[in-house]
Design a binder for this molecule. Sequence first.
Ligand SMILES: *[C@@H]1O[C@H](CO)[C@@H](O)[C@H](O)[C@H]1NC(C)=O
Ligand SMILES: *[C@@H]1O[C@H](CO)[C@@H](O)[C@H](O)[C@H]1NC(C)=O
Ligand SMILES: *[C@@H]1O[C@H](CO)[C@@H](O)[C@H](O)[C@H]1NC(C)=O
Ligand SMILES: *[C@@H]1O[C@H](CO)[C@@H](O)[C@H](O)[C@H]1NC(C)=O
Ligand SMILES: *[C@@H]1O[C@H](CO)[C@@H](O)[C@H](O)[C@H]1NC(C)=O
Ligand SMILES: *[C@@H]1O[C@H](CO)[C@@H](O)[C@H](O)[C@H]1NC(C)=O
Ligand SMILES: *[C@@H]1O[C@H](CO)[C@@H](O)[C@H](O)[C@H]1NC(C)=O
Ligand SMILES: *[C@@H]1O[C@H](CO)[C@@H](O)[C@H](O)[C@H]1NC(C)=O
Ligand SMILES: *[C@@H]1O[C@H](CO)[C@@H](O)[C@H](O)[C@H]1NC(C)=O
Length: 745
Amino acid sequence: MHLRILVAVVSMVALGAASAQPESHCEKSCGNVHIRYPFGIGEGCYYNSYFNVDCVHYPGNSTLYLANKTTNLIISDMSTVTSDLEIMMFVANDCYNSSGLAYYLDTSLTMGRLGSNFQVSTENKFFAVGCDTHAYFIGKLGNETDGTGCISRCASSSRIIDGSCSGVGCCEIAVPEGMSAVNISLSSYDYHKDVLEFNPCSYGFFVKEGMYNFSTNDLRDFPRERMPMLLDWSIGNLTCSSSSKDVGNFICKGNSKCNTSYTGPGYRCVCNPGYEGNPYLEYPDGCKNINECAGINDCLHKCIDTNGSYICKCRKGYSGNGRKSGSGCTADQSMVIKLAVVSAAAAIFLIVFVNSLYFGLKKRKLMLLREKFFRQNGGIMLQQRISRDKGSHDQAKVFTIEELKRATDNYDESKIIGKGGFGTVYKGVLSDNRTVAIKKSKLPDQTESQIEQFINEVVILSQINHRNVVKLIGCCLETEVPLLVYEFISNGTVYDHIHNKGKSSAITWDIRLRIAKGTAEALSYLHSAASVPIIHRDVKSMNILLDDSYVAKVADFGASRLIPVDQVELATIVQGTLGYLDPEYLQTNQLTDKSDVYSFGAVLAELLTGKKVLSFDRPEEERNLVKIFLSSLKDGRLFQVLDEQLQQNEDHNEIIKVSKLAARCLVVKGDERPTMKEVAMELEGILASKIQKHPWVEHTLNEGEGEYLLKEPPNAYEFTQTTSASSSTFDSMRKHTILPIASGR
Ligand SMILES: *[C@@H]1O[C@H](CO)[C@@H](O)[C@H](O)[C@H]1NC(C)=O
Ligand SMILES: *[C@@H]1O[C@H](CO)[C@@H](O)[C@H](O)[C@H]1NC(C)=O
Ligand SMILES: *[C@@H]1O[C@H](CO)[C@@H](O)[C@H](O)[C@H]1NC(C)=O
Ligand SMILES: *[C@@H]1O[C@H](CO)[C@@H](O)[C@H](O)[C@H]1NC(C)=O
Ligand SMILES: *[C@@H]1O[C@H](CO)[C@@H](O)[C@H](O)[C@H]1NC(C)=O
Ligand SMILES: *[C@@H]1O[C@H](CO)[C@@H](O)[C@H](O)[C@H]1NC(C)=O
Ligand SMILES: *[C@@H]1O[C@H](CO)[C@@H](O)[C@H](O)[C@H]1NC(C)=O
Ligand SMILES: *[C@@H]1O[C@H](CO)[C@@H](O)[C@H](O)[C@H]1NC(C)=O
Ligand SMILES: *[C@@H]1O[C@H](CO)[C@@H](O)[C@H](O)[C@H]1NC(C)=O
């Protein structure tokens, strides 16, 4: 009795002392959704403002919104605060009539508002539904902005199959891990002009896996305004180990702890084993002991509940541990005891024996698994290829798991040098002291032919020896996902150098020109000089690395495709990065080397302007850099969009030449773009004449050229720029899809 009272006082004191606890007046529910801390309505009720929710009372119902009504995100289930939050997410739509976009759902004020503690759970899928539809989402991945999406098209309603989301009428993609502040965007190529009759709208939405089956009827009129979706949320920005040291702010309350399997960012709490409840609240509202004796338990005779567990007892005259799964309860007899001792000894022996057998088997199983992955990843094929190509000195090396584990200190977090939705890159040191970058990709299921392609790429890429291409040293195939080992490039990406304020001033016009030339040469080499033409497919500033002397190195051939010599074009699933993606390729799915030329043009524009190719921070009509760049050039306003540093540069002539070259690369019709070889030669020419000239000689502008920087447009320059098809997005043609395939990813 006494004990009880004492404890009650102690816990009351503790409650008073705890700062991050909801006050007693806080609302407990909204409609039929229970509100659970750290979520709460109004100050004093939530953990921090990100967990503020709002209950809106309508006649007939009450609806709980995440943040507030403007987010349009309705919370549908909060029953367990230890896992993801279920919300009803709106279905984004763009609807057309014969005169163009008729109406659309404004999605701009939604998830972008939530902090990075709210991420799209990977248990969702993203869907696009429509016959002239590109749906995508852009969000924050770490401190980068990244996006992905898919394209769905259909010419007539006859080829569409209910339940199939493979790009005809409907497409679906997985959600990369760690995406927060996501915006959904939709666009169309042709205003649904040819399909208006049976599909006036484009739809895009996230939905909990398994909760949506595509139906042909959805094209005519999507039946639901909202879809259930899971949001992964967490507290703060620290990991479990560092957060528990931060005693004052540690939010996991009595009988709970930090969930160490949750990978963050931030952390989540869980009740200790044997407890249940809300780990973010202090006892007695928080984690409470589970009375195991009241439910099904392991006791044979008597069950005694304890905090966090229970014990079993045998009745008088019996002994044993009392558990059904253990020794149970046996009648006390001296003889029996002796026997028991002997049999216990035997049992111990047996346990030791079985254990060692078990671990032996486990080890063998592990080896078999490695062998399986090795085969599955095409190891045998690769070995054959390597022995066939014996003699050529540059060969892919096949690494073992152990070698790479040693090189990266067992994939230590401190060795991570890059992380994205598609994989992780580690820095490692091989036994021969070479520093390498090891890429661990995420790779969906693959077929035999895709494996063959992957192996092909490994073999061929490892033989490429070009000053401006990051060298592939080898791979490891014994893991489920093949690991690729590349030469380590020390100075980061061009993207980083351009867009990081501290660094951009260091890359002068000279350096930019050299980066452009190096990249062009690498691509030209891949397109023509290599034994089999290779199309990079994902040319972007983030895939161009720099070494210490700013020499450009093209990287990431994960998406690349080899093109057999007798095939100039290759029909493939569209892949690339938003903002850099060739509009023609999007329309036709025909991959040619000119797609790389377009992407390179976008990189040139980025080098010239210092602006990101796609930025939601810019006003709607200026989101797409290619569009701004081309129109500025056309209107003679180039000077206004140039990087500040270049505005002060005196090499106007060169800047104009490079800008015009970029514009030619960015022509919509692939055939009219120059080849990479021509581009490389032109850049080389510009650079060569620069070296001949003395930097202090004043340049006279060629006739007409000054106009690009200054005033009225010369109508001599024509652009076949595509028209924007959707008000809710930037330029209609530039997008990105992700592919269910993939050799290197
Ligand atoms: C609640 O009522 C409002 C207005 O009557 C309505 O728009 C909304 O769809 C209702 N919500 C639910 C979940 O029934
Ligand atoms: C809704 O929440 C956002 C941020 O969470 C805030 O900026 C905005 O002012 C809020 N609107 C209202 C009406 O409270
Ligand atoms: C198409 O929709 C727009 C905007 O709602 C409207 O102004 C226009 O009249 C519509 N055109 C036709 C042909 O219905
Ligand atoms: C999402 O859209 C909002 C409003 O347009 C914008 O402020 C935000 O930066 C966007 N988020 C991303 C990741 O682009
Ligand atoms: C990203 O954030 C980390 C710290 O969270 C920082 O060390 C790194 O420099 C940032 N990267 C960029 C490109 O801003
Ligand atoms: C989707 O179809 C599958 C198989 O036909 C079915 O098991 C599942 O319940 C359906 N899901 C929905 C949300 O209709
Ligand atoms: C982590 O959160 C704290 C407090 O909210 C903030 O001061 C700090 O800047 C954050 N750190 C990072 C790396 O975002
Ligand atoms: C801990 O986190 C992991 C990963 O998110 C999750 O699978 C697991 O269920 C969590 N543990 C508990 C007890 O909730
Ligand atoms: C179990 O926990 C309760 C509440 O914290 C406490 O009153 C009780 O003494 C504990 N029992 C044991 C055996 O520790």
